[in-house]
Write a protein that binds this ligand. Structure first.
Ligand SMILES: [Zn+2]
Length: 444
C-alpha cells in the first residue's frame, strides 16, 4: 500500500503519513511571500527579508515536496482582539508614517517608537504573520497536520495593550487561545535568547498553559524579566518555568540542559499540544545575541521537542544575522520532515547572502566565553525539578468552551469543518461537534 514514489508522501485514512514505508508526522508550512517585503527601517535590526531568504532555502532544497504548503489568510481585527485591546488594534489599523504625528499622544501608551516603529504597512505585516499562526493552529486542531510551521510568527514580546521588543501583535498568544478551545493543556517552549515575557504574562495565572523559556538573564538584558523566581500565580503557580542563562552558553551545555528539563516537563504536565518558538538570536554570531550555539545544536533542541510526537505549532521569533536565521530555519524545517540536507546551499536568487562559504553550517561557535558554570546549570535543572514536583501529576482539566471575547467560535468551527471536507474525499472525516472534540481531548 505504501510502495511507490520514493519522495511522495502518502497518507492513509487515519492521521499517519508514510514515506518509503516509514511513518512520518504530517507537516504543513504556512508562508505568505508578502511578509518578507516590509521594512522596519534601515537601521532597525528586525529584517522581515530574512523570511524571504528562509523560504528560498526551503524551496531551493526542495522541502516543499515533503509538506503541505499553504498561503495563509490574514488575521481579522476580531481575531486579533481575542487577546489585544480593541483600542490598541484600532490604533495599529489607523496609524501610518504619514499620519503618525496625529497619534503622537498615544505613542507612549502603546509603546510605539524606536524599537517598535510605525512603518509602512505595519498592520498588514501583523495581520499576515498572525493569520499564518492562526491558520497553522487550525490545521493542528482539524487533524490535518501534526506539525504546522510559520516562520514569520513567534513575536513573543507583544502585550495586550502595547508593542514591545519589535513585536506588535502576539501571534503566539492568539494561536494558543485557539488551541485551548480543543486542547486541555498546551506547553509553550521558547528557545529565543530573550525571555518569552508576552506569552508568560498572558497565561501566568492559568494551569492550562505551561511556559518554558530559556534565555539570557541578568536583570538588564531585554526584556528584563525571566528570573527563575517567576513561577506563575493563582492556579498557574509552578506553570511558568524560567531558565536564566549567562553569556556564551555552548552547544553541549545548552542541549543537555534543554533535554534534561523538557522531558520531565512533558512527563509531569502531559501537554496535548506544544507550541515551539525557535528564535534564532540564540545562535552564535547573532547581531543582538551573545550565546554560542551552532545551527545543529539549535536544531537538536527542535528535533528533541518533536520526538514526543505531540501536535506542534512551530514559529520563528528573534534572529538578527539574517543569513544565519535563514540557514537555521531551513535546517529546522528539514528536521521536522526527517529529511537530511547537504551542507552545500542550493542556488537561489539570494546566493550572495551566504558568502563566502555558501554552506548550511558555517562556524558560529567559539567566539564568546561560556559564563555558565556546570554547577549553575545543574542548579537551574534542580529548580525546575522542584517546581514540577508541585504539579502533582497532570491537572485534571475541566474542559469548558473557551471563548475569548470577540471571537466567533461558530464561524471558526465552520472553517475547520471546511478544512476537513477539503482534505478528505469524505472518508473517515466525519465532522465532530466542538463538544465531541472536547471529549476526545480529555485525558483518560
Ligand atoms: Zn529574541
Amino acid at each position: 500500500m505504501f510502495e511507490g514514489d520514493e519522495t511522495l508522501t502518502i497518507r492513509d485514512a487515519d492521521t499517519l503519513s508514510y514515506r518509503n514505508g516509514r511513518q512520518y508526522q504530517r507537516v504543513s508550512y504556512h508562508h505568505d511571500a508578502a511578509v518578507g517585503n516590509f521594512h522596519f527601517g534601515e537601521r532597525h535590526p528586525m529584517k522581515p527579508h530574512r523570511l524571504t531568504l528562509t523560504n528560498h532555502l526551503v524551496m531551493g532544497y526542495g522541502l516543499h515536496n515533503y509538506m503541505d504548503v499553504y498561503q495563509p489568510r490574514k488575521a481579522s481585527a476580531a481575531q486579533i482582539s481575542a487577546f489585544h485591546a480593541p483600542e490598541y488594534v484600532d490604533f495599529l489599523q489607523k496609524v501610518t508614517p504619514d499620519n503618525a504625528h496625529t497619534f503622537a499622544s498615544v505613542f507612549q501608551k502603546f509603546n510605539v517608537g524606536d524599537d517598535c516603529p510605525v512603518f509602512d504597512g505595519v498592520y498588514d505585516f501583523c495581520s499576515i504573520y498572525a493569520g499564518a499562526s492562526l491558520d497553522a493552529a487550525r490545521k493542528l486542531i482539524s487533524g490535518q497536520s501534526d506539525i504546522a510551521i510559520n516562520w514569520s510568527g513567534g513575536l513573543h514580546h507583544a502585550k495586550k495593550f502595547e508593542a514591545s521588543g519589535f513585536c506588535f501583535i502576539n501571534d503566539i498568544v492568539l494561536a494558543i487561545l485557539d488551541l485551548l478551545r480543543y486542547h486541555p493543556r498546551v506547553l509553550y517552549i521558547d528557545i529565543d535568547i530573550h525571555h518569552g515575557d508576552g506569552v508568560q504574562e498572558a497565561f501566568y495565572n492559568t494551569d492550562r498553559v505551561m511556559t518554558l523559556s530559556l534565555h539570557k538573564y541578568n536583570g538588564d538584558f531585554f526584556p528584563g524579566t525571566g528570573n527563575s523566581s517567576e513561577i506563575g500565580g493563582d492556579v498557574g503557580k509552578h506553570h511558568s518555568l524560567n531558565i536564566p542563562l549567562k553569556d556564551g552558553i555552548d552547544d553541549q551545555s545548552y542541549v543537555q540542559l534543554f533535554k534534561s528539563i523538557l522531558e520531565p516537563c512533558i512527563n509531569s504536565y502531559r501537554p496535548t499540544a506544544v507550541v515551539l518558538q525557535c528564535g534564532a538570536d540564540s545562535l552564535g554570531c547573532d547581531r543582538l545575541g551573545c550565546f554560542n550555539l551552532s545551527i545543529k545544536a539549535h536544531g537538536e533542541c527542535v528535533r528533541f521537542a518533536k520526538s514526543f510526537g505531540l501536535p506542534m505549532l512551530v514559529v520563528g521569533g528573534g534572529g538578527y544575522t539574517v543569513r544565519n536565521v535563514a540557514r537555521c530555519w531551513a535546517y529546522e524545517t528539514a528536521c521536522f520532515l526527517d529529511v537530511e540536507l547537504g551542507n552545500k546551499l542550493p542556488d537561489t536568487a539570494y546566493r550572495e547572502f551566504f558568502r563566502p562559504d555558501y554552506n548550511l553550517h558555517p562556524q558560529l561557535t567559539g567566539r564568546v566565553e561560556n559564563r555558565n558554570s556546570r554547577k549553575s546549570l545543574e542548579n537551574l535543572r534542580v529548580k525546575v525539578m522542584e517546581q514540577l514536583r508541585f504539579l502533582n501529576g497532570a491537572p485534571s482539566v475541566q474542559m469548558q468552551e473557551f471563548a475569548p471575547g470577540g471571537y466567533d467560535i461558530a464561524d471558526d468551527d465552520n472553517i475547520i469543518r471546511e478544512d476537513r471536507e477539503e482534505e478528505g474525499s469524505g472518508k473517515d472525516l466525519k465532522w465532530e461537534s466542538p463538544k465531541e472534540l472536547l471529549r476526545d481531548t480529555e485525558m483518560v
